[in-house]
Design a protein around this ligand. Structure first.
Ligand code: IVH
Length: 673
């Protein structure tokens, strides 16, 4: 090994790397290689040779590093600088016409130019380049934060490790879809099968699964591809004016973009593109589940802004759901967290919409009767993208003689408790409460979920085992768990058991609102839990309330009030709450009530746009904790509108009404005051 390197070696390394990456791009992205495999191998080996002589010159952006490295234990978490959002969907022409009309009306223009592109069926990813070098890749996760999969992404040949082009931005964050081309997927499955390894149900799962391998050497062997579809940050370069130019700008930096993109005029242009792609789809090398329409002009995009979790300037027009015929083998009953009994058709496995279906929901008793689905029937089933598969209709001609009409069981199939259906409800429910293992599992799952007590690593399978093996019998028992109680469970080891116990310990420190939400009281969602926490100083005050007092909380009506009274009147629930507190579950007691003395007491807030320093969820939590009240719409009662980038109509309304507008820095200052 040589320690220092003469300047000509540095130059040589640089030239080889550039040349190899250019070959990679031509081969993998442009599908037009200009050197033979032998020539490529020769260059690659030359680079490897020099790097082995000067190992300190190996950098992560060297093409020799694309083979993967040391396996990780876990992925670290990455907070997205801007949330990764989703798209609104349209399933028919009318919805597209409405989108175009709304867009024209908001922008006050006659016609809109749209950038149009395939909706790829893969996994979203965000890439960050600093001074042209790939420094971070993250999955979408929950939109606010995702997993750091940089090591894996470095193995994806089409993704440049270093940008090339005339002008390299100081900072670039680009988003797009990791996917697996159709033929590559078929070959991968053949290889997997030949080796006796897991075969994937479809290309999307294969892509998403490969992306989340802890061992990047495995990812390196998976034929992943990538197309960029948006820009989330740019510094040191002039921002293009249109989406179309922006995509071309990315292509100039050698970032792969979809060749089937186009630019069209008005709604008729959208329909023409949709038709064109419906036909082209079959022969294209990648899977798509629809097309995406985006207002082309970026200034118009910001003017339109966002609603909830999706931009107003874009729309996904989905291809029709795929349908198939199969047979219902049995109608099973699933019991959910609230005890609701859901009839589910167990199907003879059938391949539809890219996956093999074995179940389809029948929603509730009335739905089964309306469609008159019976065990043994031949049915038409449908599956679209991320929608729950469902039974569309029965093929009556094929009904076997003697097929019995469906009847809701009188007793819960899990715990044998009585089943009741209230007059004004569509769901029949098990009356077993938390004695019913199914309801208990649902309750624990909810209790541990991210927005409730946030117990990392306590998933559905583990909860099932804990309950089936009677390790826990209620949520309070979680806080008595020791490493030795869990380490023997399936798929657990000493280390994962220790992590779990630590995560449970960590969850003890919480907020009053999260705690109320975590209890899983019927009709008490996150927003209501927040309102209750704001209103009641102490848990004791909350538990001692009657219907009338509950209804005096703004936003709480008779249904919620009844649910609350019912919940707290159960001795068993009170005992569990008592035990949770005894075991150390705590929050800042009285934090809510003393609202009067809190900095934002009595102030009303509305959020709009994407904040840069925190997620909207965090902003809400901060405001609530400081005694401020959140509201969904701007009115004369609003004191502050907190606006991030791409604010929506709330921002305009605030300006019209002369309400103070803060950005997140302003909010932080206000909180400190
Ligand atoms: S744009 C602000 N364009 O669809 C909106 N998304 O439901 C950002 N997707 O998670 C998305 N192809 O992963 C956009 N051409 C395309 C897309 C696309 C696929 C995925 C994306 C996102 C999901 C949205």
């Amino acid at each position: 090994m040589k320690i220092s390197a003469p300047p000509d070696i540095l130059k040589k390394i640089h030239a080889l790397r550039q040349s190899i990456e250019a070959d990679n791009h031509k081969y993998y992205v442009l599908d037009a290689p200009t050197v033979s495999d032998a020539q490529f191998d020769q260059k690659f080996r030359a680079l490897q040779d020099i790097e082995s002589q000067y190992p300190h010159l190996i950098t992560p952006d060297s093409p020799t590093q694309r083979v993967g490295g040391i396996a990780l234990d876990v992925f670290s978490v990455v907070r997205h600088r801007h949330a990764m959002l989703s798209l609104n969907n349209a399933f028919d022409e009318q919805a597209v016409r409405d989108f175009d009309r709304r867009t024209r009306e908001s922008l006050e223009v006659e016609t809109v130019t749209y950038a149009v592109e395939p909706k790829l069926d893969g996994a979203a990813i965000s890439l960050i380049y600093e001074a042209g070098v790939l420094v971070q890749a993250a999955t979408r996760g929950d939109g606010a934060s995702g997993e750091n999969v940089t090591e894996n992404i470095r193995t994806v040949r089409v993704i440049p490790l270093r940008l090339s082009g005339k002008k390299i931005p100081d900072f670039l964050e680009v988003r797009g879809e990791i996917h697996m081309p159709k033929m590559d997927f078929i070959h991968l499955n053949e290889r997997q099968e030949a080796r006796g390894e897991k075969v994937f149900v479809n290309a999307r799962n294969a892509a998403a699964g490969s992306l989340r391998q802890l061992d990047s050497k495995i990812t390196a062997q998976r034929p992943l591809s990538f197309f960029a579809y948006s820009l989330a940050g740019l510094e040191g370069c002039v921002l293009p004016e249109t989406h179309w130019e922006m995509i071309n700008f990315l292509a100039d930096l050698k970032i792969p973009v979809c060749p089937e993109r186009d630019c069209v005029e008005g709604v008729e242009g959208l329909f023409a593109y949709y038709k064109r792609m419906s036909v082209a789809r079959e022969a294209l090398p990648y899977d798509m589940d629809g097309v995406v329409y985006k207002v082309n002009n970026l200034r118009q995009q910001s003017a339109l802004g966002f609603v909830a979790r999706a931009p107003r300037f874009a729309l996904a027009h989905k291809f029709p759901a795929e349908e198939a015929l199969t047979q219902v083998e049995e109608i099973m009953i699933q019991v959910g967290r609230t005890g609701a009994l859901t009839p589910v058709a167990r199907l003879k496995p059938v391949f539809v919409g890219g996956v093999t279906l074995t179940n389809a929901t029948l929603h509730n008793e009335d739905e089964v009767h309306r469609k008159d689905v019976r065990a043994g029937d031949t049915v038409r089933v449908r599956r679209a993208g991320d929608v729950i598969p469902e039974v569309v209709a029965v093929v009556l001609e094929n009904r076997p003689i003697g097929a019995a009409v469906f009847e809701m069981p009188q007793r819960c199939p899990i715990c044998q408790s009585r089943v009741l259906r209230l007059e004004n409800e569509s769901a029949a429910r098990c009356t077993g409460g938390l004695f019913c293992p199914a309801q208990l599992k649902g309750a624990v799952f909810h209790f541990a979920s991210r927005r409730a007590m946030d117990i990392d690593g306590l998933g559905e399978k583990l909860i099932s085992q804990l309950i089936d093996q009677k390790v826990i019998q209620n949520i309070a028992d979680l806080y008595d768990l020791k490493v030795e109680n869990v380490s023997h469970l399936e798929r657990m080891a000493e280390k994962s058991a220790k992590n779990l116990v630590e995560a449970i310990e960590k969850s003890k420190k919480t907020t009053f609102a999260r705690f109320i939400y975590a209890l899983g009281i019927r009709n008490v969602g996150e927003a209501t839990a927040n309102d209750l926490a704001q209103h009641f100083a102490h848990l004791d005050a909350l538990m001692a309330s009657d219907e009338e007092k509950f209804q005096s909380v703004p936003e709480v009506g008779p249904t919620v009030a009844t649910s609350l009274v019912e919940f707290f009147s159960e001795t068993q629930h009170r005992e569990i709450i008592h035990r949770l507190r005894q075991r150390g579950v705590h929050w800042q007691e009285g934090e809510a009530k003393a609202t009067q003395s809190l900095p934002l007491a009595g102030l009303n807030f509305v959020l709009t746009g994407t904040l840069s320093r925190m997620t909207r969820f965090e902003a809400k939590e901060k405001i609530s904790a400081a005694g401020g009240k959140m509201s969904g719409s701007v009115s004369k009662k609003t004191d502050y509108v907190v606006a991030g980038s791409n604010p929506g109509s709330k921002f305009e309304k605030a300006q019209k009404l002369g309400i103070s507008v803060l950005d997140d820095v302003g909010l932080l200052k206000l909180l400190e005051s």
